[in-house]
Design a protein around this ligand. Structure first.
Ligand code: ZN
Length: 368
């Protein structure tokens, strides 16, 4: 389904394979679908094994679709962090989605894979000739290929529906950006997407197809989020990390105890603490979540060193705030540190970017 640049980390998923250097993970809800397919297959008289085999072949097509997005993204210099399989399809999580032509090409690459698969499978069927007679063993394989052909045609058409943030919606947005600013294009694509999502939901409710209701909900929320991301991005365009950073904050030392870190957390409004060693080097960052988790695991006597994030993202004060937003999304809950090469100057969190946007909106450009 859609390539996504959103940050939500998939909990409840495990890596099952790697392709093109990208981890392919399945979400636990996917196992429910496998079970349902086995059950449904048995109910309509197929061997449960056959239904599950079909499901696995179907998801191989979905993985190939996502790898199509990933391979095209790579051509535009964009890394794919992972591919996650959900019951309603797959998601390729990209580091970022380039604007315009890049977005168009990446969005089209997925459905193009399904089209190619459908054409090859149909050609295979045509070469195999007429349908085998019932009772022949070939019938099972023939039927499987026939169903997979139909599935790939369906995946091709379904993904090209202009329901942003699905592939077709991205194609729509990329096309609209040729004629108008990205913000306006995103707004329109998101509104169309949400309209279609509501139709999905209604059709699903009327027809008793709850998967469709789920997809509708997913598209609706996805469109809303992407629209919000886009607004945020355009609000910070041209501004720098140095303008938005927090400059007054406390730091911790690596050997500090978690008890004293907890005291800092209580005594200040600060949630994240840069960790600085005796030579004034930044060696990590301790977030509120890590601290709370660490207190449970190690108790108050544990050291900051043991639980801190050791690879925080760094930017320079003059770096683009847009880039900072991307880094914040890549590691949710971990602030980006602003370093001028000599010392730590500040840090940027999602909250203070939001604050910066609110202040900027109210200040006339001449004043800033
Ligand atoms: Zn797709």
């Amino acid at each position: 389904m859609p390539p996504s640049d959103s940050s939500s980390q998939p909990g409840w998923s495990v890596t099952i394979a790697r392709a093109l250097g990208i981890p392919i993970r399945i979400h636990f809800t996917f196992l429910l679908l496998v079970a349902w397919f086995g059950f449904y297959g048995a109910r309509v008289g197929h061997a449960p094994g056959l239904a599950v085999l079909f499901l696995l072949a179907l998801f191989a097509c979905v993985v190939l679709h996502e790898l199509g997005h990933a391979a095209m993204a790579r051509r535009f210099g964009v890394r794919t962090r992972e591919i996650v399989l959900y019951p309603f399809g797959g998601i390729a999580r990209l580091d970022r989605i380039p604007a315009g032509r890049g977005e168009l090409a990446i969005a089209l690459a997925g459905p193009a894979v399904n089209l190619a698969l459908a054409v090859s499978l149909a050609a295979g069927l045509a070469l195999a000739g007429v349908e085998p007679l019932p009772g022949e063993r070939l019938l099972v394989a023939w039927d499987l290929v026939r169903h997979l052909t139909i599935v790939n045609v369906a995946l091709f058409l379904f993904n090209l529906l202009p329901a942003f943030p699905m592939d077709g919606g991205r194609v729509l947005r990329a096309a609209l950006t040729l004629a108008m600013p990205t913000d306006r294009a995103t707004e329109i694509a998101a509104a169309v997407g949400q309209g279609i999502a509501i139709l999905f939901g209604l059709a699903g409710l009327v027809g008793g197809n709850y998967m469709l209701v789920f997809v509708g909900l997913f598209v609706f929320v996805g469109a809303m989020q992407e629209n919000a991301f886009q607004r945020e991005r355009s609000a910070v365009r041209g501004r720098t990390a140095g303008e938005a950073m927090v400059t007054r904050f406390e730091t911790l030392a690596p050997q500090d105890s978690l008890r004293s870190a907890a005291e800092h957390l209580l005594a200040t409004h600060q949630r994240d603490f840069p960790v600085i060693d005796a030579w004034q080097r930044v060696v990590g960052i301790l977030s509120r979540d890590r601290l709370l988790h660490g207190l449970v695991q190690h108790g108050g006597a544990g050291a900051v060193l043991e639980i801190m994030e050791r690879e925080p993202a760094f930017v320079a004060p003059e770096d683009d705030l847009e880039r900072v937003l991307e880094a914040l999304r890549r590691k949710p809950g971990c602030p980006v540190l602003v370093h001028d090469g000599a010392r730590l100057r500040g840090m940027v969190t999602l909250e203070n970017v939001a604050e910066f946007i609110e202040v900027s909106k109210r200040v006339r450009p001449a004043e800033t």
